[in-house]
Design a binder for this molecule. Structure first.
Ligand code: UN1
Length: 511
């Protein structure tokens, strides 16, 4: 607790203004700098950043193409070591990184601590995976007189397009996965959180990633993101963000007269929590509140729809309203705060519009109150509504809004079918103490992460591989054992080792 208090005081006292510029060897942007303001108080300047211009995008691509082969030839263990060194640097600088997550992204202190933890975990986990997977060529069994080996190499140049909601963790996860597998990376983070991404890039360089192998290219979607995706020098894109943007990236990649690129996309969700009448209402409410409202509902994993069985619905709804009265929504620098601001004006506007529509078309259960400290930022009060049909909802609403629906025991199949009909498949919460019901739901709903009798956020790297299907993404799961496989090419080497083949000795390519 003392450590937390010291951290909170340090954040409040930190008057540091951060600066971010493109990191492209031999190149410079001519664009004017842009101010970053604190989502919790728009009068506070956090720092400035300079966008890349079109000429710099071209320079970055040329640098990456030139730098990648040598990086790919390094033993995987060497690259893994650099990731581990990066993890140490993140830990050594966690105070600054936590302050940045609070000030630039509006994260609460617990969320900022978790963010740094997750970034460290990604570095260490992918380093370990790379050692296992890429450490040596895999010898494959074959007939006598023949040797067969499988070699894995980087694909080339990856664009890493990362979101603002996990500005350090997902940025790091994408970038280090692509790097450790032997790719060069051009990182284009969300415009709202360039300062954090810039510091993360600096730590990777300090740990030993060459400047041409990892370049930082901040800018808007059109000038930087779209320009990268339509360039034939890009071998793959790793993306987290909206389903709509993932589709646009896919179209741009497909339209190129070039090799077919890989797209690894982690997108939205329309996540449900199903509670039956055998569940514990206190636990349902506790988990619904943390899954729907914490982190200001700005996780793709958040619960958006609570399906509650009719017998316990009145009780759960009354308890939910009571629990929402206890939430403190305000200044994220204060340890007493549960929920901070939403990321920016645009996000708030979408949520305000959705709330106005729900106020007309649904039954309002509760609007949480804002703390006095919330008067100068982009805050949105958490809300719960009772709706009568999923058809009332737009696709993903990215903020602290929970929609409650009652269901009857005889209708469980329909609940499952309705959830599947959204087309998304990211997280699912199940609250029940009946094994057969849990099994029916867990087997019936097509989702990537199913959580039983707990909340449905905060997947742990290496323990709960994270990612969805359908409109929610391509897989493979981040923080899981198959993630790195999509970043590599595979080469099978078959040699005739009999006299007829000149008794060729075993070649080793790379390692
Ligand atoms: C996201 O919000 O884009 O499990 C994905 C969780 C996080 C979600 C990250 N790993 O809550």
């Amino acid at each position: 607790d003392n450590e937390l208090k010291a951290l909170a005081d340090a954040i409040a006292a930190s008057a540091q203004a951060w600066t971010a510029v493109p990191l492209v060897p031999g190149g410079k942007s001519g664009a004017a700098t842009i101010n970053v303001t604190d989502p919790a108080d728009r009068r506070r300047i956090v720092g400035t950043w300079q966008p890349a211009d079109a000429a710099l995008v071209d320079k970055a691509l040329a640098n990456a193409v030139a730098a990648q082969p040598e990086w790919d030839r390094l033993p995987a263990a060497g690259r893994a070591k650099i990731l581990e060194h990066t993890a140490d640097l993140l830990e050594a600088n966690r105070g600054e990184l936590i302050a940045l997550c609070v000030r630039e992204a509006g994260k609460t202190i617990p969320d900022a601590i978790a963010e740094v933890r997750e970034a460290v975990d990604f570095c260490r986990y992918y380093a370990a995976q790379a050692r296992k997977m890429l450490g040596h060529p895999e010898a494959l069994p074959g007939p006598t007189g023949e040797s067969n080996q499988l070699f894995l190499n980087g694909r080339g140049v990856f664009a890493a397009i990362s979101p603002w909601n996990f500005p350090l963790a997902i940025f790091m996860g994408q970038v280090v996965a692509a790097l450790v597998t032997g790719n060069a990376v051009i990182a284009k983070p969300a415009e709202q959180t360039n300062l954090i991404a810039y510091r993360a890039t600096q730590f990777l360089h300090e740990a030993g990633v060459p400047a041409g192998v990892l370049q930082f290219l901040p800018g808007d979607g059109a000038t930087v993101g779209a320009a990268l995706c339509k360039d034939s020098r890009i071998a793959g894109v790793v993306f987290t963000g909206s389903t709509e943007t993932a589709r646009a990236i896919n179209r741009a990649l497909a339209a190129r007269d070039a090799a077919i690129a890989v797209l690894i996309a982690e997108t939205g969700g329309q996540n449900a929590l199903i509670a039956d009448s055998s569940s514990l209402p206190e636990q349902v409410v506790k988990d619904a509140v943390s899954s729907a409202f914490y982190s200001a509902g700005q996780r793709c994993s958040c619960a958006r729809i609570l399906f509650v069985q009719e017998d316990i619905a009145d009780k759960v709804i009354a308890m939910l309203a009571g629990a929402m009265d206890e939430l403190t929504v305000g200044e994220p620098r204060l340890l007493s705060t549960d929920i901070g601001p939403v990321i920016d004006e645009d996000a708030k506007k979408i949520l305000d519009d959705h709330a106005a529509r729900m106020d007309r078309e649904a039954r309002s259960i509760k609007v949480a109150k804002l703390d006095a400290s919330a008067s100068h930022g982009t805050f949105f009060a958490p809300r719960a509504y009772e709706i009568s049909s999923l058809a009332q909802l737009p696709r993903e609403v990215f903020g602290p809004v929970l929609h409650v629906l009652r269901w009857k025991a005889s209708n469980l199949d329909k609940v499952i079918a309705d959830i599947n009909a959204t087309g998304y498949g990211l997280t699912l919460g199940v609250h029940s103490r009946i094994d057969t019901t849990i099994e029916q739901i867990a087997k019936g709903v097509k989702v990537g992460n199913c959580y039983v009798n707990r909340n449905q956020i905060g997947a742990v790297v290496g323990v709960q591989p994270f990612g969805g299907e359908g409109l929610s993404g391509t897989g493979p799961k981040a923080g899981g054992p198959h993630y790195l496989a999509r970043f590599v090419t595979e080469r099978t080497l078959t040699i005739n080792t009999t006299a007829a083949g000149g008794n060729a000795s075993l070649l080793t390519l790379g390692e």
